[in-house]
Design a protein around this ligand. Structure first.
Ligand code: SF4
Length: 281
């Protein structure tokens, strides 16, 4: 329940809808208390209804490989996990998923997988162009990790429309706690800007509640998203996986995830630059 001490924060919630941002101190206070949840969630819901109504937009996500050359400490399909049972779909199976999805009414197909060298650029391009050939009115989204600019350009030229690449954390220090030294935040950020520059609709986002994360790191994420201006934002709580170095760590907080979703709904009420497409998504 709001009390007297939460009233400055309640006025911050009111301002958020107008200004779409707050000071670092206000963001921190808002994220660290449940006193304003009701007002924050109601305000976010009003923004949502004014833009999207109550429609739910569905995406056909095809998890086509769980093989990955990377070793992110939080991930159940990291290459060091010898207990994971690995699979790859072949091209015909992927196309088959799209035909089934089309029949079910899906109009966006998301090809998502680990960073799997088996799916070299020519394979990805061929799959994308085959999907576009059969379903020219559908959007194709890729979520296959960090690549060179030339690779991203090739996928785009083959017909890919959107790309999902969560930055996971905008803090170099926290990034280094969550990833091996072979991976770098600088490269992840380079990828995101390349994707935007090429013309993709780009999705970024962060994990909520991984080991070592503080509220200050989350505020850093909010500032990074303001600066990057992605077209889509995906966030989710850290979930413990038994076969990772973080097996003994607690899951990320649901309430913190919900507060961040509400803040981000205010900050980015529309897909960037594509307001006119909202109804068509
Ligand atoms: S790159 Fe993605 S799939 Fe691969 S280990 Fe990291 S989080 Fe997992």
């Amino acid at each position: 329940m709001p009390n007297e001490s939460s009233s400055p924060l309640l006025s911050a919630v009111s301002r958020l809808a107008e200004a779409r941002t707050l000071t670092d101190e206000e963001f921190t206070a808002l994220l660290e208390t449940d006193a304003c949840d009701e007002a924050l969630f109601e305000a976010a819901d009003r923004v949502r209804r004014s833009v999207y109504g109550t429609d739910v937009y569905v995406r056909g996500i095809i998890e086509f490989t769980n093989c990955c050359k990377n070793d992110c400490y939080y991930c159940g399909i990291r290459r060091s996990n010898k207990n994971a049972s690995r699979y790859r779909l072949d091209e015909e199976e992927i196309l088959g998923c799209c035909f089934t999805g089309w029949e079910l009414g899906y109009r966006t197909f998301v090809l998502q997988g680990g960073e799997d060298p088996f799916f070299a650029d020519d394979k990805i391009c061929r799959i994308v162009s085959r999907i576009k050939h059969h379903f020219p009115e559908c959007a194709v989204t890729l979520s296959v990790g960090e690549k060179s600019r030339a690779s991203y350009q090739a996928y785009f030229d083959a017909g890919a429309d959107r790309y999902l690449l969560r930055h996971e954390t905008a803090s170099p220090w926290l990034y280094a706690q969550l990833h091996p030294a072979s991976m770098s935040l600088d490269n992840r950020i380079r990828c995101l800007y390349d994707l935007k520059d090429i013309g993709y609709a780009v999705g970024a986002g962060m994990m909520v509640g991984p080991p070592h994360q503080t509220t200050a790191h989350l505020v850093e994420d909010l500032r990074f998203l303001e600066k990057l201006g992605p077209h889509m934002i995906g966030i989710g709580p850290f979930l413990t996986h038994r076969d990772t170095p973080f097996a003994a760590e607690p899951n990320g907080s649901l309430s913190m995830t919900l507060r961040l979703l509400a803040v981000l709904r205010h900050a980015e009420p529309l897909p960037r630059g594509r307001a006119e497409e909202v109804r068509a998504l």
